[in-house]
Write a protein that binds this ligand. Structure first.
Ligand code: BGC
Length: 359
């Protein structure tokens, strides 16, 4: 008997060692299950950050992560999701490209018992989306609108000012909410004539920029300046996000804005991309909405953990996000604005960026 123990003891030791190494890599409760993370594109800084944070935090919680980017191609995203389902992912975290295009693939996910979290953008037209983690998108627009109202002194009766309005991608539900939030603030001043849209283009059908492309925004701004601003100056431009703001500024610069006689208009944005923070510091863009992607990633990882362990998933909104089939239980994080006066506190002191990032 003692001979057998002597012989098998090293074997037990090796097994013990292997098991403890494995368990160190997989904290209790996670079981190393796989989570699929589908992001829209790597062409914008924010999605790279979202993907990286999600992967890090999910892996730290002991999950395996299949992170994919779809180059803004809907068909690519659908096939990536199909792969994730085949590979046995238990939860899918999806920042959709076209919020209405995932019905078919998510039916397969639903049939396989896979839970789906819509990330940042609502997924529409399907019952097979379980939760939504996002920033309060209406509030994003409202903060942009309020910023314009305050910056121009509209409440004090100042004006009239020339305004042009841009909208986000028409396949992204967020674009409509950003627009609504901002226009609700601006409309009283448009109605009273204190804000004048010379182009008369304010409907989403006229102002939306497909796929949030900077170049398309630049081309539209070029057209507006040529068509409606000869001998006039545009004083304020509502841009829903930073990629559009980049295109708008390129156009303004080419048209000679940025001098004492022709200063840059008040210009909004969203995401606090490094390029745009630099543009704010250079006086080319007035503000950007700061949506701390670390917060959204953490919230999403909490949701994944709650789903995996069968707990009640924490949400803070059960009425705002109707996806045309159901109201999707949501967790809304709070956006804030950043400008040259508060960026240090928001972006540097919190470690989001270093000073060197913004040089
Ligand atoms: C996001 C924005 C982003 C835009 C373009 C929106 O859905 O909420 O943060 O700027 O997509 O990628």
């Amino acid at each position: 008997m003692s001979e057998i123990l002597k012989k098998t003891f090293p074997g037990f030791m090796v097994l013990g060692l292997v098991l403890s190494v494995f368990m160190l890599g997989c904290p209790a409760g996670s079981g190393g299950q796989m989570v699929g993370v589908a992001m829209p594109t790597q062409s914008l800084q924010r999605w790279n950050q979202d993907g990286a944070y999600l992967k890090d935090k999910l892996e730290a919680a002991g999950y395996q992560v299949d992170l994919q980017y779809a180059n803004n191609q809907v068909a690519t995203q659908v096939s990536q999701l199909e792969n994730m389902i085949t590979k046995g992912c238990k939860v899918l975290v999806i920042a959709s490209i076209d919020g209405t295009a995932l019905k078919g693939v998510l039916e397969k996910a639903g049939a396989a018992g896979i839970k789906v979290i819509a990330y940042d953008r609502l997924i529409k037209g399907t019952a097979n989306v379980d939760y939504y983690a996002t920033f309060d998108n209406y509030l994003v627009g409202k903060i942009q609108g309020d910023y314009i109202v305050n910056k121009l002194g509209l409440k004090d009766g100042k004006g009239p000012y020339n305004l042009e309005v841009f909208g986000g991608s028409p396949d992204d539900n967020n674009a409509f909410l950003f627009n609504q939030g901002a226009m609700d603030q601006l409309k009283p001043y448009i109605d009273s004539g204190k804000l004048v849209i010379n182009s008369k283009q304010s409907d989403m059908k006229q102002i939306a920029i497909q796929s949030w492309k900077a170049e398309t925004a630049q081309a539209r701004m070029d057209n507006l300046l040529v068509g409606f601003y000869s001998g006039k100056k545009v004083d304020v431009v509502l841009s829903p996000n930073d990629s559009l703001a980049q295109g708008i500024v390129a156009s303004l610069k080419a048209a000679g804005y940025g001098t004492a006689a022709k200063p840059f208009p008040v210009l909004t944005g969203q995401d606090c991309d490094k390029i745009n923070v630099k543009m704010m510091l250079a006086g080319e863009q007035s503000m950007s909405i700061f949506k701390d992607t670390r917060t959204l990633a953490e919230r999403t990882v909490t949701m994944v953990g709650e789903i995996m362990s069968g707990k009640t998933v924490t949400v803070n909104d059960t009425k705002s996000y109707n996806n045309d089939v159901k109201i999707v239980p949501s967790y809304l994080c709070e956006p804030v604005f950043a400008d040259k006066d508060n960026y240090k506190k928001l972006l540097i002191d919190t470690g989001y960026y270093t000073e060197a990032d913004l040089k």
